[in-house]
Design a binder for this molecule. Sequence first.
Ligand code: PGA
Length: 251
Amino acid sequence: MRKKIVAGNWKMNKTLQEGLALAKELNTILANETPNCDVVIGTPFIHLASVVSAVDTHKIGVAAQNCADKEAGAYTGEVSAAMVKSTGAGYVILGHSERRTYYGETAETLKTKVELALKNNLIPIFCIGEVLAERESNVHFEVVKSQIIDSLFGLSAADFSKIILAYEPVWAIGTGKTATAAQAQEMHAFIRKTLASKYGKEIADNCSILYGGSCNPGNAKELFSNPDVDGGLIGGASLKAADFKAIIDAF
Ligand code: PGA
């Protein structure tokens, strides 16, 4: 059975001290609980090692929000997948729409990043999703399908099985405008069908597909109750431990 997952994406928020405090608060809240889902927090690079030391990593997985498309060498300012792994982090968010839009990440770059993440035993949380104009002109299914094919369908079945997907309609990210439960379910089912056409039903059925985009304590339960929605990638609402916990509790 595929995993249920609630993953936080802190984006470029929190100083090291603030981030550490948030991670510790969440760790304390979850200390005497057994959530009905896996919990992951995606922190800035500089927080990773400290956050890994501060939390029970059996209970709270730690993710980077990016990694380089090169293994090592003269790439000033970049952080490699091997470096991320060496902090004790277990996951890396890749292909977030903010990286695609503001930092020009292409399908080809992302393909390389996914390969390097897997080579270094990091679990990629790979983001896909259409912009508003694409949905309004009814090409959203094609757009999402291409994002999957172009960056992921070169992977072997064994490697693809390690990937977590996050469907994040760009128009819903940080806007307070959530996809309806029906819109999320429709796209998630489409994504699963697309995966099945390439890798077969079993692998498709075992792939966790998270929803992201203005997911909050008020709407998480309805979104997560859909058969093909296996959890959430949470931005704004992951910055407060109580809100993030309430979303975890939606399962
Ligand atoms: P949001 O961000 O929850 O603030 O909309 C989600 C994301 O970008 O991962």
